[in-house]
Design a protein. Sequence first.
Length: 613
Amino acid sequence: MKLTPISTPLSVRFGLTISTLIVLLNFIPVPEFWITLANYVGLYSLVALGLVLLTGVTGMTSFGQAAFVGLGAYASAYLSTTWGISPWLGLLAGIVITVITAYALGWITLGLSGHFLPLCTIAWGISLFYLFGNMDYLGKFDGITAIPPINFLGIDLASGRDNFVLIWFFVVWCTVALHHLLNSRTGRVFKALKGGVLMAESCGVETMKYKLLAFVLAAVLASMSGWLYAHLQRAVNPTAFNLTAGIGYLIMAVIGGVGYLGGAVVGAVLITLLNNWLQNILPTLLGQSGNYEVIVSGVLLIVLLQKSPQGVWYWVEHVINPLLPQWIVNSRSLSSTTSRLLKGEREEFARLSQRSITKQDRVVLKVVGAHKSFGGLKAVNGLSFEVHASRIVGLIGPNGAGKSTLFNLISGVLPVSSGRIEFLGQEVQKLPARLRSKLGMGRTFQHVRLIGQMTVLDNVLIGAHLRARSSWLGAIFRTNQKEESALREIGYSCLRDVGLEEVAHQNANTLSLGQQRLLEIARALASDPILLLLDEPAAGLRHFEKEELQVTLKRLSEDQGISILIVEHDMDFVMGLVDELVVMDFGNQIASGDPAKVRENPLVIEAYLGGIE
Ligand code: ADP
Ligand code: MG
């Protein structure tokens, strides 16, 4: 049996079916007004899709998407009215301008954390609005009129119905493309960004690059919506692209369910229908006209978010999923144990699964006089030791001894105050964590950092990021399929190494703490590490789980030749496992060497074992 691709062709078939339905709908004599509403829903959906990617998946909030809609709209409006250039070239120009603008804005703002990023999006949302409104050749606040319709194969798409087909073609195609993107190497990184950059960087991911990519893609979706809007309306002015519109798009995405692609469309439908309905009904109810729908929809928004913070799509999935035939629901959870890769996939697998081999007895890690001070506190005070190939070294010491700090110096999370860290003979103390991972350091975190909403397998595959190459374009156009199949095989084999293969398709948040720690190890293994850095992997494990972990770690070092540096607290756990010990106390190295001898060392007994022994 061939492996079922994670992103099934089901989504493509689904997309084609919907597209066909939409085109057919066009010939059904529904009132023209419905078509108008559906067109707007489509335009809004495109922008909201971008927000699902940006806000829902990668966790970056933007209030400024309307400005990108404006860029797409104005670019084509200006070129087609002033220079008589085809709207299709206008689309291209709009996308190019949007990419450049979004790239520049993103480059400046995406490094900001917390509430600074949303504030910046408001700022440039307002700036672009005034830019449109103050430029003479863009018609100032009156905008541009007499925009020609889009011409497709000689046909002018002049009516609402003509535009309907085009708009919904864009919506469906973009939804399917995004679906494929999210289930790819790139998509896994996008999802990992939500868990903070530390974990992703330690898996070798250049997080800034991927943040920028998500930002630019979301902007391009907005820009395409603007292009369609300009040629549907045949007129543009800045009002449609102001901050209120930007907030409106975010509300749609949030109401629909910002974590789901389907949520974008549902949110756009709900808000459009609701506004329309309220505009009709409220003046009658209240006996006077005014923008009351804004107030009422605001209140409804608050109520809805109180009741369902995940958005409406969350409920749609929960209602629909049980009704679907089991094979659809389960199509993603077929186990791979019986899988046989196809020919091309096998070659891909062979390429990807090549291991880094280190010679026996080679010094893998060398720490020379490492110091780290936090203000006046010397957390690490002149540590020196070596880790040889396929050996297990334990780093122990009482709480607060400086173990985690040293660990972070080695893995590149913290810079050393002084001293050297050599990895495979190369000085690495100045390299960022990402590049150390690339050289062959894999690590786990004392407080597990997994993406709970992702499957166990996908979490592992974040670790395999640097092994693969396919890009976001490959994901969208599905040229990544061989590599994905091969990657999944690698993921399964790493899960097998730690005994988690059975739960590969469960979400990571369904695992026990012990399993989550194992999953962190599997993720580190997926990067094909030469040195595995484990920070208190046994903390919180039950006795038998600790024993299993010991067996697993021994096997990794003996069978696979992986060197392991393990930070631990539990003396018994370490004693039965390591080849060498380094003992720390108050930042100082008080003993190192053979575990049995270290255990006899009076300094160690006093500092660490005294009470216990
Ligand atoms: P261990 O992992 O051995 O329990 P840590 O390395 O976490 O110890 O901490 C060693 C010492 O450094 C502790 O006194 C801790 O309070 C201090 N410390 C750790 N990280 C920081 C930091 N980022 N800023 C200031 N002090 C820190
Ligand atoms: Mg610690």
